[in-house]
Ligand binder design. Structure first.
Ligand code: KIV
Ligand code: ZN
Length: 387
């Protein structure tokens, strides 16, 4: 199996979410958890953007070991100097530099001709190489760029020493087949592509960041960039936990594996949510509160017979202790009997029918039936859980 490098940008692109500002202590706490999770690269911030960000990247570089610490820069010498300074104490430093390559970025944002963009990209990579051997180049807004021009830029930056080339869908505009085609095009048309790792970096404006990243990986990318819980500017970045679990559940299909410690996924997600204050929707894939809850009768019956009927991931795999059979008005006799048995009541036949009818009457009035309700239904009004 080939290795998929996992590049976490929760602390850089994720922190660009409206309303999130993380201090050094908070970044460190997340950073240590990301190491436990087993990511390969942590993008700790954009050191030239503010003194606070410089300090965070510098402290992360000093304290977090065993993983590559990366800082973002624009393709300008001043940013690269500051970034290299912040990364001085890193065990494995990486400078992530780049420039816009789409017509709208080049003409409207940068006011540069395409030739000038290539020159600036090449000189930024060469300049960063004076400080570190590991230089990643990002071709901002690559997806809306002209593919032949993109290939030219990528070939030039690899010749200049880039070890990783990142082809972002900066505005989340791609569909999976188009993004996959772009990655294939670059791999097939850049002569020196085997000297670099191709990286995918997607945004979720159309809800396709995970699918696009997977399409890019299928087309040959060997690094995926994203954030925990998918946080990020606008509609967010690729949710790393989604890509990781999609690959894990279908590893034969991809022929690649990551070094992720899957059991840390849930803890990492909860930590990022707590520290950033960004709550996770209940129905969020993999880490939502309902991801392993079974609420309807048919599903509950199936899961009680064999979990594989309605579970593609065992919750324990990502560090969630167990699945839940939630008792609601849509639950059947089987689920009720199962839970009653767990509470120590053996009910069958006519008695089960009777309890079930009373259970339904109550369930119609409540969203969910809890153990205390079941004790009352069974005529045991003592608070058993406290006894
Ligand atoms: O989305 C993007 O293009 C980026 C780059 C700065 C890497 O975040
Ligand atoms: Zn981004």
């Amino acid at each position: 199996m080939k290795k998929l490098y996992v590049f976490d940008t929760t602390l850089r692109d994720g922190e660009q979410s409206l309303g999130i500002t993380l201090n050094v202590k908070e970044k460190l706490e997340i950073g240590h958890q990301l190491v436990k999770l087993g990511v390969d690269i942590i993008e700790a911030g954009f050191p030239a953007s503010s003194p606070g960000d410089f300090e965070s990247v510098q402290t992360m570089a000093q304290e977090i070991k065993g993983v590559t610490i990366c800082g973002l820069t624009r393709a300008v010498a001043k940013d690269i100097d500051i970034c290299a300074d912040a990364l001085r104490k890193a065990e494995y430093p990486r400078i992530h530099t780049g420039i816009g390559v789409s017509p709208v970025h080049m003409a409207k944002k940068l006011n540069l001709t395409p030739d000038r963009v290539i020159e600036q990209a090449v000189s930024a990579v060469k300049y960063a190489k004076k400080y570190v051997s590991d230089v990643e180049f990002y071709a901002e807004d690559a997806f809306r760029g002209e593919p032949a021009f993109l290939a030219k830029v990528i070939e030039a930056v690899i010749s200049a020493g880039a070890t990783v080339v990142n082809l972002p869908d900066t505005v989340g505009y791609a569909s999976p087949w188009e993004y996959g085609d772009l990655i294939s095009f670059v791999i097939q048309n850049v002569k020196n592509i085997d000297q670099a790792i191709v990286s995918v970096h997607c945004h979720n404006d159309l809800g396709m960041a995970t699918a696009n990243s997977l399409a890019g990986i299928k087309a040959g990318a060997r690094q995926v960039e994203g954030t925990i819980n998918g946080i990020g500017e606008r509609a967010g970045n690729t949710s790393l936990e989604e890509v990781i679990m999609a690959i894990f559940t279908q590893r034969d299909g991809y022929g690649i594996e990551s070094s992720i410690n899957h059991r840390e996924i849930s803890a990492t997600s909860r930590l990022v949510s707590r520290i950033t204050g960004v709550t996770i929707p209940d129905h969020k894939a993999i880490v939502g509160a309902n991801a392993f809850n079974h609420a309807s009768g048919i599903h509950q019956d199936g899961v009680l017979k064999d979990r594989e009927t309605y579970e593609i991931i065992q919750p324990e795999t990502i560090g969630v202790p167990k699945n839940n059979i939630n008792l609601t008005a849509r639950s059947g006799r089987h689920a009720l009997q199962f839970r009653l048995e767990e509470l120590g009541y053996k009910v069958e036949g006519a008695q089960l029918d009777d309890v079930y009818q009373r259970f339904l009457l109550l369930a119609d009035q409540k969203k969910e039936i809890f153990d205390q309700d079941l004790y009352v239904l069974m005529g045991d009004s003592d608070d058993k859980e406290n006894s």
